[in-house]
Design a protein around this ligand. Structure first.
Ligand code: HEC
Length: 111
């Protein structure tokens, strides 16, 4: 009884913060994985609108991976893009990018 109440409560609180947590996570991932080559996150993200980001990230981000495959200076990133972690991270990038894409008018509070 106690245990199920706890699970129910944690589920409710998890669900309500899910969106912003994912946006936050995407921001953090971006800082760790992309910033090294792409400079300030904010400027990079607001460069593209929602549709452009969606196109880059659809089909397991195949377009995004392809850009990096083709760019000689991006070779260092391929281990990540072709590895196991990246497919799981795409959803967070998507949330982060679509929160702050150029057509949303949103501006991240920090960075
Ligand atoms: C090792 C360096 C490196 C890393 C790490 C890296 N990139 Fe790139 N990226 C490049 C290079 C080089 C290009 C191609 C040249 C360019 O357009 O700037 C590129 C191109 C891009 C483009 C297309 C550029 C444009 O303006 O249309 C996007 C979008 C992009 N990267 C997103 C990302 C994201 C998101 C991450 C992190 C998950 C990431 N990159 C990680 C080097 C990197």
């Amino acid at each position: 009884m106690k245990k199920s109440t706890f699970i129910l409560l944690s589920c409710i609180s998890l669900c309500s913060v899910e969106l912003s947590a994912s946006v936050y996570k995407g921001h953090g991932l971006f800082k760790n994985m992309c910033l090294e080559c792409h400079g300030k996150a904010l400027e990079f993200v607001i460069n593209k609108n929602t549709k452009q980001w969606n196109d880059l990230l659809k089909d397991n981000a195949s377009a995004l991976v392809l850009i990096h495959l083709k760019a000689p200076e991006a070779q260092k990133s391929l281990e990540y893009f072709k590895g196991e972690r990246f497919p799981k991270h795409i959803i967070h990038y998507k949330d982060f990018f679509s929160e702050y894409a150029s057509d949303t008018g949103n501006v991240p509070a920090c960075d």
